[in-house]
Design a protein around this ligand. Sequence first.
Ligand code: MN
Length: 681
Amino acid sequence: MIEYEYNDIYKLFDELLLIINENHPDIDLEPIKHAFEIAEEAHRPQKRLSGEPYIIHPIKVAIILAKHSLDASSIIAALLHDVVEDTVTGLESISDSFGAEIAHLVDGVTKISSLKNRTKSHEQAQTLRKMLLATIDDPRVIIIKLADKTHNMRTLEFQPPHKQNRIAQEVMDIYAPLAGRLGMSKISSELEDLAFYILHREAYTDITEKLTKQEEELDEYLNSIHAILKSNIDKMNIRASISGRIKHLYSIYKKMVHQQKPFEEIFDVRAIRIITEEVKDCYAILGIVHTIWPPVPSRFKDYIAVPKSNMYQSLHTTVTGPGKHFLEIQIRTEEMDVTAEMGIAAHWMYKESGKKDKSQMTDLSLLQNINKWRSELNDTREFMKVLKMDLYSDEIFVFTPQGKIIRLAKGSTPIDFAYAIHSEVGHHCSGAKINHKIKPLRTKLENGDIVEIITNPAKHPSDNWLKIVRSSNARYKIRSWIKKQQPTDSDEIHKKNRPAQKSEPDKMASFTINTEELSKITSSKNTGKSDIIVDNTMNVPIRLALCCHPIPGDPVIGFISKDKRISVHKKGCPSLKRLNIEPERFISIAWSDSNHMHPVKIAIEAIDRPNLLADITTELSQSKINILKLEANESKSGFAVIRLVVEVKSIDHLQFIIERMKSVKDVIEVYKLKEKVIKRK
Ligand code: MN
């Protein structure tokens, strides 16, 4: 029996070595073998619920990472990731054997594991997700943890049913969105589908069965699309690989729920991906696609020009394909495709030195490689820094003794914490234990502290507290309490101070303003004169090109289309070059310098929180920016997407607006939407 198990283990470990060796023959396997020996010995007495020896799990986690081409340190840390938590082997001995970097990775993974079971409600999950990122300074920790989760989810059947549900829910709430946030779409899709199977078994089986029934038809459809695209792209002498796929199950399910339609009515289960060599080819292919099938208005997204914050780049368009089926098409370069699937992990993929001309590798190229590697590392650090600043610049997360997470402003003290729990706890707060030790009330709390408040009914707020507290909530409550004690003296002070407090409900209400007024503005703007001066020809219908979306300030060029309109493109718009237009149809045009305002639609992606809309609208009004329209919806994952139409004078003005919006707390990303809002005849 035991003999058999050991054979099994070694076979699996050999498989890992094989994958590493196939992808990257120049990785040194010795430290990996050493890590395996240590982990195997440490876990030897343990078994998984499946009855397998425990070491199978870390090897499989390492295999997931090796298949993703991650570097040797990640693979070693994966082999050791449960050693500290589950066995007597300490972090120090790992540090002695493998160095500080690997010890740091193992420590990070262990820390995340110790956070489990603290996610009770949805809000908690959201907060935990932020905290995960805030307390981790090397993203490989998260990548290893995600691989760990993936393997645990694949073997979830061995857990008792109630545990399956809890784990799947946690994956759906935290780990899958986290993977998505970091751009690791491959892992996030797999996690979603695995959790979907546990949480909504019926829907899962239903969709699978229906897809299987239609398999042949879907295959045929995608094949015909493939053929049409291939012949058209070949004609233009562009090299591209085209693949068709069915979207992953959970994304189909989300569409059904979101659109409230049965499976039969969801048509965009099909998606096409076109991978090409250069950015200009992407736009050229986009032009080709749009000449074959009409694009669905407002579904075109240019993530090449404006990458997502997780670095994702691609063109997206939805067209009405054959049989009037909606068809989503993604177009991107090979490099973008790696980032799209691997996200942040792409930065830690093992890189072969001088892959193209190994024979000619000189000191110089080695130096260049090192420099490149270094600058990439810097970029990633920079990226994490920005990510963190966006998300948590001025917040910390601490725990109650029961494990509930409390979010506070950075620099908060136990008094802020007490008021965040309840006003009465605040008013009678007499002392605090931080991480089980009594500490002064003025102590600044840190991320992850466990805080316990000692109350005494005889204790009351004092003026001194106002110097200690950080949050406006606590400050306000302390002032109110003091005011109640001395109603006459301090009235004047409060009048001065009150307006500085954010009165949340009022501001929330203020954004619903002027929808009527603004419809007047928009209509008057749109019936007004054109903002474009055209040589010699006035009164020609003008439209702004959908491919490059010029706005006033952009250098532009026009061409007369077959239907006798002038189509305005940005100068150098790549789709223009590809259209093979006769030179005489080009016409030089310029923006008039009238002070016309243009309605421009922008999107703001943010972590949803109370007062978010109020803060955004306040920022806009303080910057004298007019909002014409505003729509906000909170996505299920706790992120809010706010779309607004603002009045924009010029490109510089738009940049200014975007910068202002980015300065609002919790805002992650702001960009101009590519939808056409500038209506012109
Ligand atoms: Mn594990």
